[in-house]
Design a protein around this ligand. Structure first.
Ligand code: NAD
Ligand code: MG
Length: 341
């Protein structure tokens, strides 16, 4: 709704309720009307993508309590996250491109991997070795899309592995022009006193050092027209009290996107970020959210549900495709209405 529309509907409501009724009453009337809205969608031509009501599109809390050992498997979650396996349709937007995605086995990384392959890109994914079952499903889906799939398991907290990852991806794909630094570690702790030095270090290594090592290794191989995409978070802008360590790494990600975009623009390389709100992924059920938060996950958004990874697939495609050539140093959000970024 534009500001102008908003202004005129507010005026209509003010007229309907009469002079002398306060702004609070008018706002309540507007909210009530929006909540009861039942206008049917106009009929669509055959084969057109359907318009769906975002409120009812995906599962809502309460969710069953479930806890998996880190880093968790999407295939064991209930309900299973939707990464676009059955729904994402490509139209050749990334034909011939070559992408490396960290954390490509599940969550946002998997949604990006499926979408990239269906848009015509060859895709290498990195994941932690215990995530092999999720990774195998993604490798199969990339191959079913008719694209080359490269699986590179390993621990991103290890600098030598990060350098080998880039070398193996370039070798397997025959080059690289999309780098999605998406892997992340999130472990919730009610108090800073509960965060051990080892845990703090693991979060910093995964979320800050690994992108540094990987981008450094990749840069000399990226041709003009390439893009680097980091997954940041709403936590970069509005940190939760129990994510002291994680939230600051996401602020660092948001920040490196903006710095590196300036540094690399003269080379013709774009750097962008994606900032999800609460999304239903293994990260949340393997220590990322407290049991209470996990069961009510997404209920604090205006739409009263978490997002699904597939709801961000198009953003990763948009940022990577050639049409996005003026988008650099920018962060795209999918925040469910909480307003970040
Ligand atoms: P996810 O668990 O599906 O993905 C995270 C991935 O990180 C894992 O699959 C794993 O492969 C990888 N990873 C973590 N530590 C690793 C290590 N040491 N070595 C190798 N791989 C490792 O969860 P997700 O939510 O899709 O997370 C993807 C990104 O989205 C993360 O950067 C996360 O911070 C960010 N994010 C998530 C949410 C959310 O609500 N789920 C919100 C905002 C941002
Ligand atoms: Mg995973």
């Amino acid at each position: 709704m534009s500001d102008e529309d908003n202004g005129s509907s507010r005026r209509q409501v003010m007229g309907a309720v009469g002079v002398g009724v306060g702004i609070a009453a008018a706002a309540a009337a507007l909210a009530g009307r929006a909540g009861a809205q039942t206008t049917p969608a106009a009929p669509l031509p055959d084969g057109a993508p359907k318009i769906s009501d975002p409120r009812d599109k995906y599962p809502k809390p309460p969710f069953k309590q479930q806890r998996q050992p880190w880093p968790g498997l999407a295939s064991k979650m209930d309900p299973k996250p939707d990464h676009g396996e059955l729904s994402y349709k490509g139209t050749g937007r990334l034909m011939g491109r070559k992408a490396l995605i960290t954390g490509g086995d599940s969550g946002m990384g998997r949604a990006a991997a499926i979408a990239y392959a269906r848009e015509g890109a060859d895709v290498a994914i990195n994941y932690y070795p215990t995530e092999e079952p999720d990774a195998r499903e993604v490798i199969d889906l990339i191959r079913q899309a008719g694209r080359k799939a490269v699986a590179i398991p390993g621990d991103l907290r290890d600098a030598a592995f990060c350098r080998r990852l880039v070398a193996d991806a370039i070798k397997g794909l025959g080059g690289l022009d999309i780098l999605v630094s998406n892997a992340g570690r999130q472990q919730a702790h009610a108090s800073i006193l509960d965060i051990s030095d080892e845990d703090f270090d693991a979060t910093m290594k995964t979320n800050i050092y690994a992108p540094f090592w990987i981008i450094k290794a990749a840069l000399p191989h990226l041709p003009a027209g390439s893009v680097i995409i980091g997954t940041t978070s709403e936590q970069a802008y509005d940190p939760s009290e129990d994510l002291y360590d994680y939230a600051q790494t996401k602020a660092a990600t948001m920040n490196y996107v903006k710095s590196l975009a300036k540094q690399l623009a003269p080379k013709g390389i774009r750097v962008c970020g994606v900032a999800p709100g609460p999304i239903w992924t293994p990260l949340q059920i393997s220590g990322g959210a407290s049991p209470q938060k996990q069961m009510t996950f997404g209920s604090d958004t205006p739409g009263k549900r978490p997002g699904q990874p597939v709801e961000l697939a198009g953003i990763y495609v948009r940022l990577a495709e050639d049409d996005g050539s003026y988008t650099t140093g920018n962060i795209y959000g999918a925040g469910g209405g909480k307003g970040q970024p």
